[in-house]
Design a protein around this ligand. Structure first.
Ligand code: SF4
Length: 341
């Protein structure tokens, strides 16, 4: 996993909100995000509801037009491509939606639902398309006779499998999985996750995996990005971030995650954040987290921290700036790295 399939550089998405007589204002949903996803990698995105995870996924796929920044997919910046030039990339960049029922046309049979994207993209002749539909049904664990049935005849988990088969029909290289399991029963969630992992192993597809369930994101992701108020505050290997989060927001977010082992759970201290998440229409000046951060310093309200590389981690916090670490003459680095700030 070395080659990058996707590089996102300083990506921003602002929405205009019409405020009548007062003119328009902007909702700053995604602000200056940079990260990359390797071939065959799952990059998990975590953060509270409304932090911009889904908007980021949709902007990468150009469902929303980016306000600024670059989206480099397989070496090509696709952020400003015309509709026509974007078409081949639409085939390679796909999405699995949260609600498996709403994303399937109830008047189409399962066979028609899976075949439709291939028809739209003029893939194969009719005979080959039908064969491919059968193959895809088998890949996602559905029976050959399901082809003639309608979405309402299936359970939630089976409908998500139909949605996955439809997504795979276009042979994508990159899939945004936007809360793909949150509408499913807990017993079915693991089956869908295992299916996504099996497909990745077989096809080498990369995923951007967005979910509320932190445990599930940890399980499926190779690396994780933590988002707060439209910003990426920390990126690192999945296990490292979960075991030893560095950014103060990551620490608070992960301290709320249930731990199955009662002994470890008792020893962990829950960090309760005070205050509300600021409005993305009026985000705070300086570090976006300074209004709630237990470690905020004076400079945090004045300037936005850069993203610093600490070991193999990226952290957007002044506590990890070389100047701050030098000031502390290195004495503070160990507790910082051990997540004991
Ligand atoms: Fe907290 Fe300051 Fe770090 Fe922001 S930059 S997370 S306010 S310590």
């Amino acid at each position: 996993m070395s080659e990058n399939v996707l590089e996102v550089k300083n990506l921003c998405k602002y929405f205009d909100v019409n405020r009548g007589m007062k003119g328009s204002q902007k909702v700053i949903a995604v602000d200056g995000i940079s990260f990359e996803v390797k071939k065959g990698e799952t990059f998990g995105l975590v953060g509270e509801s409304g932090c911009g995870k889904s908007t980021l996924g949709r902007t990468i796929l150009r469902i929303y037009e980016p306000t600024k920044g670059e989206i480099v997919f397989e070496g090509q910046d696709i952020s400003k491509l015309s509709r026509k030039k974007m078409l081949p990339y639409r085939q390679k960049l796909q999405m699995i939606f949260q609600d498996p029922y709403a994303s399937l046309n109830p008047r189409f049979t399962v066979g028609e639902i899976i075949e439709e994207p291939m028809v739209i993209h003029h893939m194969y002749d009719e005979k080959k398309r039908k064969e491919r539909v059968q193959e895809l049904l088998e890949t996602v664990g559905l029976k050959p006779d399901h082809i003639r049935r309608y979405p309402h005849e299936f359970s939630g988990g089976q409908r998500q499998r139909i949605g996955i088969a439809r997504t795979l029909a276009l042979e994508p290289d990159f899939i945004v999985c936007d809360e793909p399991i949150s509408a499913l029963d807990v017993s079915i969630q693991a089956q869908v996750i295992n299916l996504l992992e099996d497909i990745q192993k077989k096809e080498g597809i990369s995923y951007l995996f967005i979910a509320h369930d932190l445990g599930m994101v940890k399980h499926i992701s190779h690396r994780i990005g933590v988002m707060y108020l439209g910003h990426m505050v920390e990126i690192g290997e999945s296990n490292d971030v979960y075991r030893r989060p560095l950014h103060p927001y990551s620490k608070a977010l992960l301290s709320a995650e249930p731990i199955p082992d009662p002994k470890t759970a008792r020893s962990r201290k829950r960090i309760l954040l005070e205050g509300e998440i600021p409005s993305p229409i009026h985000p705070p000046k300086g570090c976006p987290f300074h209004t709630r951060c237990p470690y905020a310093m004076e400079e945090c309200s004045q300037a936005r921290p850069a993203t610093y590389e600490v070991e193999d981690r990226k952290v957007a916090c002044f506590l990890y700036s070389p100047r701050y670490l030098r000031q502390r003459k290195g004495l503070a680095i160990e507790p910082l790295l051990q997540g004991r700030v």
